[in-house]
Design a protein. Structure first.
Length: 101
């Protein structure tokens, strides 16, 4: 997503199952048209090892939703593996459902 301006970002404090703390930034770019009835939406998760590809859909809405679902899924997997997500300023724990209602 290097050439794409982020549409939305959110930086959290992540704590992995070993207790290591690190910043975790969710990034979603603006959907763009790739062809007739095909759109893509850039997505990035800085802080976890993941080589994410743009999510493709039939329109910009679907591509954006698929990008958001991917981030929610990856964060859910991180928590299932023993990780925690915290708000950086308060260190209050946050659930994935609070980020993706």
């Amino acid at each position: 997503m290097a050439r794409v301006t982020p549409l939305a970002t959110c930086t959290l404090l992540a704590v992995d199952r070993s207790g290591r703390e690190f910043p975790l930034t969710l990034v979603v770019g603006a959907p763009y048209e790739t062809g007739p009835q095909e759109w893509a939406c850039p997505v990035r998760l800085d802080g976890l090892p993941a080589d994410l590809r743009d999510r493709h859909g039939v329109d910009s809405w679907q591509a954006l939703q698929l990008a958001m679902r991917l981030l929610a899924h990856l964060l859910g997997c991180f928590i299932e593996d023993g990780g925690k997500l915290l708000w950086p300023d308060t260190r209050e724990e946050i659930a994935v459902e609070e980020l993706f209602p």
